[in-house]
Design a protein around this ligand. Sequence first.
Ligand code: GDP
Length: 486
Amino acid sequence: AADLQNEALIVAASVRDAAVGALNPSIRLGVTGLSRAGKTVFITALVNALVSGARLPLFRAFADGRLIAARLSPQPDDAVPRFDIETHLSAVLDERRWPQSTRRISELRIVLEFQSDTFIGRRLGTSHLTLDIVDYPGEWLLDLGLMGRTYAQFSAETLAMSRKGARASLAAEWHAHLATADAAAPESESWAKASSELFTHYLRASRTARHALSALPPGRFLLPGDLEGSPVLTFAPLDVAADAVPAPGTLHAMMARRYDSYVAQVVKPFFREHFARLDRQIVLVDVLAALDAGPDAVADLESALSGVLDAFRHGRNSWLTSLFRPRVDKILFAATKADHLHHTSHDRLEAILGRLVDRARQRASFSGAEVEVLAIAAVRATREASARQDGQDLPIIVGTPEPGERSGDKVLDGEEEIGVFPGDLPADPAIALQPGGYRGRAETGEGDVGIIRFRPPRVEGSRDKPRLPHIRMDRVLQFLLGDKLA
Ligand code: GDP
């Protein structure tokens, strides 16, 4: 009888432990997006919202009053730099300045203390959700596609892309240099160096605001992190067929060797140590920048999005699956900087990104994780008003442009507020995405919002709990965390 009683106690204890485990969940949340998509601003705003209690009506745990506290806590990985939240918050809150953008991977842990809404949870008292936020460049994510490609395949694809549309003229100098040597020529360090420099220059030129093309791998050529100047980055595509096999001692053999090292020493460790450990992912996308730049940028964005989805599919099907159990169960695509539009266009922006993601999903034949799409502003830098023009009341947005921005002929000092016409997105996303269907602001020269950068807003709330205004961050939190705070 004593044995039976002991066993019953053990069973009861393990049921209790399982319940406590389920009630004290943890999430590793990846935050990514191409350079300047808004990762740093997003994480800064997210922490501010949780710690200072922004207005979050659609984040249920918060709206129900079950979120008791949120506090920063030491991160688990000692070798990964910490996301510098204090400096970033102080820039936005105290100086009304945007923080320094993401250049490499960083991490931050935040623990949410909450009251569970379930029957058992209410009896067990306070629960904790441990949230590890991992910030990493989207350029590195697109690299994961290189894991299944040979150097010759990578070369053929990259070169074909560089001959299309707006990319062709940006790549002209690199192409001219490429014509000076043959893949079968003897290996040459100086030629390889010159070629990789011109190739990098082309990749960077495609990312400027005017072209807003999405990134192509190798991602470290754009954001080298700690590898700046390293020989592992001294390679570039050659004009070879996708099934070409290099002969020893040739330029082709030399480049292929370096490409293989890049994949083995840079891409795979990133996959193994960071990517494969994520539970959930938010991908930030500057859709407005692509729309403003025109059809080439939009087409490029769509193929980058299918590259992103491919990376998550890789996580499921590749040779690594047996070693690293894939676990990303939710992916959120968010169109950032929606505060550059009037609220009547927020749903339209969301629909446009939704359409792009759907098409990318078909291309990547992606299934598995739950996918959601939102238009957001992590920090709302503008407010809405109306202005009279030609006897009509038209919606405008009002904000403080950064010092040095222009309004007409006037150079602004960073203190003065101005109102601008934000322009309308088409109601039908198909029209916005058709080549020639929507002329972006760069092309029409209307409403220079695409070009004007606003300063962060004045904060709301009290001095010790300053709150940043936002758009739809509560929906972001509900999608990413809501089920774990039930
Ligand atoms: P990252 O490279 O992805 O880390 O990008 P950042 O977070 O540094 O954002 C790049 C720039 O985009 C910022 O300096 C801001 O000018 C702008 N930005 C980002 N998020 C927002 C937002 O929510 N609202 C507005 N108005 N601008 C934003």
